[in-house]
Design a protein around this ligand. Structure first.
Ligand SMILES: [Zn+2]
Length: 306
């Protein structure tokens, strides 16, 4: 009698496992177009049945396939920007995570689902794979949020910031100007950064950055159209981005801030240093609150859009 009970229990358990496996297989075989919602429903159910089965089940799931693909594309995806071939999207991890509304960087488990939701929201397939179409959609999203009005600043809209705010404190006064509200917003943002113990910024007792501190200092702010032209003549091959004819710097609302490495150098190896500094990551998460938005390609360049 006792054996019979155990036997029945075993048969029932076996049936439950078979049903779970069949149901999972059915969902997986619908395959590549499976919605992330279905995926997120499947995962916890399987986890409760048997933990050791999960890894083998997941290894063949669309989620794992997408994760494997993303790991390759992150370093290898070929695309073009600013007339230059680009490789991978690893330099934009923080921006991508912020756009996908992940809580923290590098949570691989959440990435697929968050990406698929975002892809669907903007009308892409929602296949969890950050391919060229998805990257281009992210880039257009970032670019569309930048400063729209590129009218040159009027002199009465500009204030001259103290030399101590600048990465190079020997910068002459005419190169230390910024649009009034932009500068005020920068100072508010700076106060928040100084107050954040995780950044550990060296500062004075009255809440200014210490002379020895480099992070968050202004590298460049307002550039007059004449000065911008002069820069372009000096380095005609500097590329389109920094020395554009209609640079947002002539508005006084664009600030280049020190975020590490060589201050304003677009080499991938330099940007790889910059995008991994606490200062840059902090800006990606917090600058929006103060009205600043990034230029994705230049980690140091922030535009005041309010
Ligand atoms: Zn800039």
């Amino acid at each position: 009698m006792k054996y019979k009970k155990v036997h029945v229990a075993l048969v029932v358990f076996a049936l439950v496992v078979v049903a779970a496996v069949l149901s999972f297989a059915a969902r997986s075989s619908r395959g590549q177009s499976a919605t992330p919602k279905a995926g997120s429903l499947v995962k916890p159910a399987i986890l409760k049945v048997n933990r050791t089965n999960v890894s083998s089940a997941e290894a063949s799931s669309p989620f794992a396939a997408a994760a494997t693909r993303n790991a390759v594309l992150r370093d290898e995806l070929r695309w073009a920007f600013g007339g230059k071939e680009q490789r991978g999207w690893y330099l934009y991890d923080s921006l991508i995570n912020e756009t996908l509304k992940l809580q923290s960087d590098g949570e691989a488990g959440d990435f697929g689902g968050a990406l698929a939701s975002w892809q669907k929201k903007i009308g892409l397939t929602g296949d969890d794979v950050l391919d060229q179409d998805s990257l281009m959609a992210l880039v257009s999203n970032w670019q569309s949020r930048r400063l729209k009005n590129h009218s040159d600043a009027n002199p009465d809209e500009l204030v001259t910031a103290p030399a101590s705010d600048f990465y190079d404190p020997s910068r002459p006064a005419e190169l230390r100007q910024a649009e009034r509200n932009t500068y005020a917003a920068y100072k508010q943002m700076l106060a928040a950064a100084i107050a954040d113990p995780t950044l550990n910024l060296a500062h004075t007792s009255d809440g200014e950055l210490a002379p020895t501190e480099k992070y968050f200092k202004i590298v460049s702010a307002f550039r007059s159209p004449e000065y911008q032209n002069q820069l372009r003549r000096q380095s005609p091959n500097a590329g389109s981005a920094g020395l554009a004819v209609h640079s947002p710097h002539t508005t006084g609302r664009a600030l280049d801030l020190y975020v590490g490495g060589d201050p304003v150098n677009t080499k991938d190896s330099n940007r790889a240093i910059q995008v991994n500094t606490p200062a840059y990551r902090w800006l990606v998460r917090n600058a929006e609150r103060f009205g600043f938005r990034p230029y994705f390609y230049e980690p140091w360049h922030w535009e005041y859009v309010r």
